[in-house]
Design a protein around this ligand. Sequence first.
Ligand code: COA
Length: 549
Amino acid sequence: MSNREAMLEKIADLDAQHAVAVAGGGEKYVDRHHARGKLTARERIELLVDPGSAFLELSPLAGWGSDFTVGASVVTGIGVIEGVECMISANDPTVKGGASNPWTVKKIFRASQIAEENDLPTVSLVESGGADLPTQKEIFIPGGRLFRDLTRSSARKQPTIALVFGNSTAGGAYVPGMSDYTVFVRGGAKVFLGGPPLVKMATGEESDDESLGGAEMHARVSGLADYLAEDELDAIRIGRRIVARLNRRRTNPGLVTGLRPSSTSRKPMVDEVAQRPSRDRGLSFAEPDADPDTLLDLIPTDLKEPFDPREVIVRIVDGTSERNGRPFDEFKPLYGTSLVTGWAQLHGHPIGILANAQGVLFSEEAQKATQFIQLANQSDTPLLFLHNTTGYMVGKDYEQGGIIKHGAQMLNAVSNSSVPHLSVIMGASYGAGNYGMNGRAFDPRFLFTWPSAKSAVMGPAQLAGVLSIVARAAAESKGQQYDEEGDAGMRAMVEQMVEEQSLPYALSGMLYDDGVIDPRDTRTVLAICLSVISKTSWTGGQGFGVFRT
Ligand code: COA
């Protein structure tokens, strides 16, 4: 099978996984929701964002592989409203009444971290049955952070807006409660700490939904609603007007026309749409010198086959132009050659790139990376990490040569670098190589994965082999006969388990990335991230730890 065919197969599978998330609670619940005259979470988002603008959906596969519906009953992503990039978080009421399960909470935490780091206003589209009651023990205590994050966001002058379409009871009532602006839909919003049955139980008082928490009551009596919307469309219209008056820096005042496909789309995103923010900021740039579509021919889905990351870079970054010169100015090309480093621009944004070439990181690569990261900090240039590494080199010569020290230098540089980082896991991302290349634990601003990626402490066969060696040695030290037959079974089982745990969906399901993307969308996705990042300010080189020498 050709590389293209193999990758297209993986992309088709990815589309199928995304389709599950898009289906929400399924036809029965979506139809019931529509029959009640309500819009779905995605329909609300489509109407809220500027027509024709890009919506970068985040964590669409959250909860994959768990007992919960893929997507975790909430849709999050970055969308442009009245020219302002905003974090949008929309409960999906078709999944368990929009109740929040442990993955919902983690997904919203991640969205809130992105909003904080990138200085984004947050718009919450609320319709939720509150805590998923059967799993309350996992969410009740940590879940309080959702409300804390909202008010801290406000304290940082990152505005928070709640558009309340439906149920928002008990703890959920604090979403509008903690937001700067609230819009309640007449006849839809229901916001109370305790509903009529609970009140009856608690105090004996007879009440009804409207008098306890209806939109009209909150708009006229309690004052919790700042705006009373006639219907859902009116709430969305009011929400857009609120954003328009936030006096935020606009991405693209001229941008006015349908929702662009998100990362859950079946087709590659249209790069031209995502370009508009950059072009409108006066950034000029050329299209890549090589067609991004040909990435599919280039990337082997068998991770044992090496590929030249320069071929990936030239399909992602801006092409040759008078301003840009050549697309990629490689740094130290003759030294530490299994890591490619160099300078480029993407949609006009300058970036430094570190990309694995031959898979293994040796001392030279670690030291080259350390120097390169410091250079990017000197020039305040954001960094892009393209992962395809099996980790740092092991073996006597390498240990004696100081591979730990050199790896530690690279980890120090990555951890304490104060320019924004982006990561894309293209292929392998194993062991401490994942850390050195700015994996999730090292907090890149955004991290996306290709369908061909795999990530784990080590490869499945190696891990099973290590376990087998350790078990054999343990048996020998106890003077026991080693069970060879059992060993073969154990190895096969562990290998299969680690293989499954290393796959992108499993990792994305646990929120270890911000989404699995079609490789052809990489340029566009990174451009949206850079556009978001570019509204924030940073100073490189704010202080590294002690570099062990
Ligand atoms: N936890 C777990 N499951 C919940 C849930 C919750 N908080 N809220 C709703 N569900 C489930 C329902 O059991 C139902 O499951 P099923 O279809 O498999 O039987 C499904 O979600 C849909 O609920 P349903 O009541 O049919 O939907 P609705 O749209 O008519 O009403 C609510 C939605 C949210 C208004 C209603 O379900 C409700 O009041 N839930 C409890 C709210 C609450 O008090 N939460 C505690 C907050 S801390």
